[in-house]
Design a protein around this ligand. Structure first.
Ligand code: SAM
Ligand code: SF4
Length: 348
């Protein structure tokens, strides 16, 4: 007797399960800090005398590539490079060049970075050639003297040249400005007008309390974005946009100019249910929530073997521990600082 022929099945390539956390959120956004070093010393981020990590603690450029590529294989679609200052990491353009293969293949949809802008004049063309289409540049003031004060080591004209170079290379630039009461409060309209004139988007960030920076020259204080928005609304109607990024940003249109203005309130809970992101530090720790201390080490499994099986298992195990939400709360914390982990460590 002849056995019935099985139905011919179409070939289905082996599937990699995407990264889904216990709360059914798909993780498709990775932020990677490539260095803890920086050529600025912003008062809300670093102390003047920083001790940086020994080089051997950092992931090498090859390890960063393996790490990011593993995440891309597991379904990450958007990769943001940050730091410290990512563009002061030696050889960083090699990393951008090799990562651009994932854009070419279509596996990655966006490769981008957050930078203080100091090195942009030098690197804008190369970044654009690697497929970087949009970048975030941090800038809190347009006043040279105030800029030097808040960044301690930064020089405004260099950053402005960097922004112009990025635009000339065809990249869309968004400014990130930390809202600081008594510091840039009086520049709110100067900043938004300047952005409108120069075709830049702008997002304001609520300052997070970093209490252990040893800053005697504390500049500015917590300025609630609710108050900042109310001040903007004295000038123009603001219409909330439906756009969501899965993170703490909300976007509005200023009807008077048509500009898009973002507000990042990292301390609010209202975005946790749609959180799609995880962060990797420059030493290969994964933080699955900006507001929680819980983290896992990915460097040991990465270094344990040349193939990525252990690394992928460790990534999945870490995602399985992603908490539902964070518990920053100004009503329970003193604004003067309870967050022990710096933005320059986890990458903002
Ligand atoms: N060096 C780059 C830069 O300044 O854009 C990338 C790293 S920086 C840590 C990323 C972002 O974190 C910047 O926009 C910076 O303004 C923000 N940041 C740093 N410390 C902060 C704090 N205490 N509260 C709110 N934002 C902070
Ligand atoms: Fe450097 Fe960015 Fe931190 Fe400023 S905010 S000290 S530029 S890492």
């Amino acid at each position: 007797m002849r056995l019935a022929q099985p139905f011919a099945q179409p070939y289905v390539p082996p599937m990699t399960m995407p990264l889904i956390d216990p709360f059914a959120r798909t993780i498709d956004y990775l932020r990677v800090s490539v260095t803890d070093r920086c050529d600025f010393r912003c008062v809300y981020c670093m102390s003047e005398n920083m001790t940086f990590l020994p080089k051997k603690e950092l992931l090498t450029l090859e390890e960063l590539d393996r790490m990011c590529s593993a995440f891309v294989r597991l379904g990450v679609k958007k990769l943001r490079i940050t730091g410290g200052e990512p563009l002061v990491r030696r050889g960083i353009m090699t990393f951008f060049k090799t990562m651009s293969r994932h854009l070419t293949s279509g596996a990655l949809q966006e490769l981008t970075l957050t930078t203080n802008g100091s090195q942009l004049e030098k690197y804008a063309d190369e970044l654009a050639a690697c497929g970087v289409k949009r970048i975030n540049v941090s800038l809190d003031t347009l006043d040279e003297e105030k800029f030097a004060r808040v960044t301690r080591w930064g020089r405004l004209p260099q950053v402005l040249r960097g922004i112009r170079a990025a635009q000339a290379a065809g990249m869309r630039v968004k400014l990130n400005a930390v809202a600081l009461k008594g510091f840039n409060e009086d520049e709110l309209f100067t900043l938004t007008d300047w952005c409108a004139q120069n075709d830049l988007d702008i997002t304001f960030i609520e300052v997070m309390p970093m209490g252990d920076l040893g800053n005697e020259d504390r500049i500015g204080q917590y300025w609630s974005l609710k108050d900042l928005r109310a001040k903007l609304a004295t000038r123009s109607d603001l219409t909330e946009l439906a756009e969501r990024t899965g993170g703490p940003a909300r976007y509005f249109r200023m009807e008077a100019t048509g500009q898009k203005i973002g507000f990042i309130t990292p301390l609010s809970h209202n975005f946790c249910e749609s959180c799609n992101r995880v962060r990797i530090t420059c030493t290969g720790e994964i933080y699955t929530c900006l507001g929680q201390e819980g983290h896992s080490d990915l460097r040991a499994p990465l270094r344990a073997s040349e193939n990525d099986a252990q690394l992928e298992d460790a990534i999945r195990a870490a995602i399985a521990l992603k908490p539902k939400g964070h518990d920053f709360d100004y009503s329970r914390q003193q604004v003067d600082g309870q967050v022990s982990r710096h933005m320059s460590h986890t990458g903002g």
